[in-house]
Design a protein around this ligand. Structure first.
Ligand code: NAG
Ligand code: NAG
Length: 345
């Protein structure tokens, strides 16, 4: 069976056979095809998705380039997304610290770790809640998955209904599980921080799987009445069109993608996944990113950015490089790239 055929069978299984919540014996199935999750599979998958992507595209129009005001934030929260990989160095009560080049500004700002969550039981959800007195910000940041085990949560492609957000809103079951595992710790730390620092803004951020968990966490914090800004880097799609539109309508979302990073092209549009917008698409490989290097795209499926790029190249390096002079997951080695099988640094 080809990789794509195996994937199609899996997808069919998930979308038709399991009406009930995702079976946890599911990991057995995944173990069996785990070795198929390599670059070839991703390539077949992306090329298989091209027709659906084209038919669902709302636009290929670039709405504009970045306002220079937003660039410092996009850079700063990339550092925080990288810092999430530096756990378990970031123990509560201590300053956030990273290996060289990952979070220099965060370190200079003496940011304090308030809570950390690490290797939660099912999904390995990992991250920190931090208090930044220099910029008066409460930051919640999630790591991408460090192991294939964690990425397997991403293969829980079955949608879960989340009517608490909107009628018809559906979210990726695996990402939602991962969100649920981290959320009690996040909420407790956030609630007391916000009570002590009511004038601080709240930012939720993360890279890769961490970006997906950040997106759901921000959505839940907003539902609970909080104003939250979201910055994600190389996030996969998290839900269906209704969910994506609902999150988009809240505003204050910055979904950052990089050239042909394959991760934001997953899960595929043919399984009904769409993206939160706007997308800020970085069109260069360098770390010295300027406003003119970033295009802004609107809509759930827009061919003007990452989604419309080459489906043939699985550009792993584009997934690892987000604005920083080093690999964003540098503290955690190769981060979540086990999924591609043939990863080189
Ligand atoms: C961070 O802490 C160091 C050492 O305590 C201090 O010298 C520096 O001024 C602090 N920086 C900020 C931005 O608070
Ligand atoms: C976005 O967040 C900032 C900071 O919390 C806030 O000032 C602004 O009003 C928010 N914008 C929207 C559209 O909610």
């Amino acid at each position: 069976m080809s990789a794509l055929a195996a994937f199609t069978v899996l997808a069919h299984y998930l979308t038709t056979v399991t009406a009930a919540p995702v079976p946890f014996g599911f990991s057995d199935i995944v173990d069996g095809i785990g070795d198929l999750f390599d670059g070839d599979l991703i390539e077949s998958l992306l090329s298989d998705d091209q027709d659906t992507v084209a038919s669902k595209a709302v636009s290929s129009v670039i709405s504009g380039t970045l306002s220079p005001d937003l660039l410092p934030d996009i850079l700063y929260f990339a550092e925080f997304s990288g810092a999430a990989y530096c756990d378990p160095k970031n123990t509560p009560g201590q300053r956030v610290s990273c290996t060289e080049g990952v979070c220099p500004t965060v370190q200079a700002n003496n940011v304090t770790t308030i809570a950390e969550f690490d290797d939660t039981q099912e999904t390995d959800t990992t991250g920190i809640v931090a208090r930044d007195d220099t910029t008066k910000t409460i930051v919640i940041t999630f790591r991408g998955s460090q192991s294939l085990r964690n990425w397997l949560a991403n293969v829980q492609l079955l949608f879960k209904d989340v009517p608490e957000y909107c009628n018809g809103c559906q979210v990726h079951t695996g990402f939602h599980e991962a969100f649920l595992e981290g959320f009690p710790t996040v909420l407790a730390a956030f609630t007391s921080l916000k009570a002590e620092n009511p004038d601080y803004r709240t930012v939720v951020t993360g890279h890769s799987l961490g970006g997906a968990i950040a997106t759901i966490t921000a959505t839940e914090l907003r539902r609970l009445g909080n104003e939250v800004q979201l910055f994600t880097y190389g996030s996969p799609r998290v839900g269906n069109a209704a969910m994506a539109a609902f999150i988009t309508s809240a505003g204050n979302n910055s979904r950052i993608t990089h050239i042909d990073d394959p991760v934001p092209r997953l899960p595929p549009v043919f399984l009904e996944y769409e993206h939160v917008s706007p997308e800020f698409h970085i069109t260069r490989g360098d770390s010295n990113i300027q406003p003119q290097d970033i295009n802004i795209l609107e809509g759930g499926v827009n061919l003007g950015g990452n989604t419309g790029g080459s489906a043939i190249s699985v550009d792993i390096l584009a997934h690892l490089h987000y604005l920083l002079p080093v690999v964003i997951s540098d503290c955690g080695g190769l981060g979540d790239l086990d999924i591609f099988g043939k990863v080189k640094n």
